[in-house]
Design a protein around this ligand. Structure first.
Ligand code: IMP
Length: 430
């Protein structure tokens, strides 16, 4: 059954967009199943760079049909801007080519205001959210007070629902956080305008995708963020509010079990994180600077959406094994191997030391990693520029040894390796 699911195995920013773009060449449908515009997926095609936040990155391949599932939270202003930007860059977007689930929830200006107020109130304990209203929108959803795309189809009811929603959040903004309330009629007027433009795209994507799968079409489910930011399985509470792991694809698109074929885990060749929370292999100083870059290149480690410098460190195989288990990853796609060129030695974390004990699995998940010291294995680096490598044999022996050692320690195969930002800068390992 041809459902392929792409997930991030780290804290997001693994470079999923470029592999989704590659895999989408073989797909009929590309579908986003979680998160919102907190994601930033970049695809480089020749001189063009596409930065996508909501619409699946696979849409850049002209033959695909794009889907946004019920698991996603949608800021309508961002969505409409993204549609326009894509159209301006020559990508064809229309209600025939992009389908939005009627059950996806909306992010409103009230959610944005609440995200800002809550982060400010957390002080030193702040999560470092992207301030895109993600947490508050999912909170509205689980507390059964959210606004869904389907509500936009009945203008009169929608207007009243929005005004109620804003008044409700205004009470929290003013009473709990002592901040300014929003103008409810104004918010509802703006959302009504958005509704007119968005309505033609709304449908039941569960019906669309199930029918497609039964007919043998290939569906590529595209996760945003990463396993360690998963609400249930990540480094709670320093997580996002959705389910970026593989099972989230089924829930977030309205699919039953049994269609899935491959679960492709995307992993950076080192580790990065934005926002707060545990990071056992984090580096500081010169090594960190080298891995992060200066910010002058688009691939340097600065947030696509926020511009924040990312925290960086060596690859952590304890966390990677955890992600493989949680997702049922069947194969790995390794990104940014080229960034490791020129290092004399490269470290990988193979286990942790806790007091006198050595462990290779986490007893209580990844939330509390204080007291866990990484155990490193040192591998020789390579000095060659690998950006022109396209086949396994083109990689220097030490780069191959690095990949083989990772495979040995995690028990699954690395199938794809990226050696530069361009679409063709990939080594496919057969
Ligand atoms: P939120 O999703 O904006 O609520 O942020 C919660 C945490 O997830 C913060 O640490 C963010 O930096 C992180 N986060 C959210 N989206 C992404 C992403 O696409 N890439 C990397 N980190 C993310």
């Amino acid at each position: 059954m041809p459902l392929d699911i792409v997930v991030g195995t780290q804290w997001g920013d693994e470079g999923k967009g470029r592999f989704v773009d590659l895999l989408a060449a073989e797909a009929d449908y590309v579908a986003r199943f979680n998160g919102g515009d907190n994601a930033g997926h970049t695809v480089h095609v020749g001189p063009q760079t596409f930065k996508l936040q909501l619409i699946p990155s696979g849409i850049v391949q002209p033959h695909t049909i794009g889907v946004i599932g019920n698991g996603v939270v949608i800021n309508p202003t961002i969505l409409l801007t993204e549609i326009q930007t894509l159209i301006d860059s020559g990508i064809q977007i229309s209600p025939k080519r992009l389908h939005l689930s009627f059950a996806a929830h909306l992010i409103t200006p009230a959610h944005l205001a609440l995200d800002r107020a809550q982060e400010a109130a957390r002080g030193n304990a702040k999560i470092g959210t992207t301030l895109r209203g993600i947490g508050p929108a999912y909170t509205s959803k689980v507390s059964r007070q959210g606004l869904r795309l389907v509500d936009m189809l009945n203008m009169e009811r929608f207007k009243l629902a929005v005004e109620d929603h804003v008044k409700n959040i205004n009470r929290q903004l003013t009473k709990l956080y002592q901040t300014e309330p929003l103008d409810a009629p104004r918010v509802s007027d703006d959302l009504l305008q958005n509704a007119i433009q968005i309505a033609p795209y709304i449908s039941d994507v569960s019906i669309l995708l199930t029918k497609a799968l039964r007919q043998g079409c290939r569906v590529l489910a595209e996760g945003a963020q990463g396993t360690l930011l998963d609400l249930d399985h990540g480094t709670y509470p320093f997580v996002t509010s959705s389910t970026p792991t593989a099972a989230g694809a089924l829930i977030g698109l309205g699919l039953g079990l049994g269609y899935e074929e491959r679960v492709i885990g995307v992993t950076k060749a080192f580790q990065t994180r934005v926002g707060s929370g545990p990071f056992p292999t984090e580096l500081e100083g010169d090594l960190a600077q080298r891995l992060r870059g200066t910010g002058e290149h688009p691939w340097d480690e600065f947030g696509t959406i926020t511009g924040r410098p990312r925290r960086v460190g060596w690859l952590d195989l304890v966390l990677l094994r955890y992600a493989i288990r949680i997702n049922g990853v069947t194969e790995l796609a390794l990104t940014k191997l080229d960034i490791l060129s020129g290092f004399e030695k490269i470290l990988i974390c193979t286990g942790y030391r806790n007091n006198e004990h050595e462990i290779t699995n986490l007893p209580y998940g990844p939330s509390d990693l204080s007291g866990f010291e990484p155990i490193y294995e040192e591998l020789p680096g390579w000095q060659e520029d690998i950006r022109t490598a396209r086949h396994w044999e083109n990689l220097p022996p030490n780069a191959r040894a690095y990949i083989l050692r990772i495979e040995e320690l995690i028990g699954i195969q690395v199938r794809l390796v990226s050696v530069g930002p361009e679409r063709e800068q990939v080594v496919e390992i057969i």
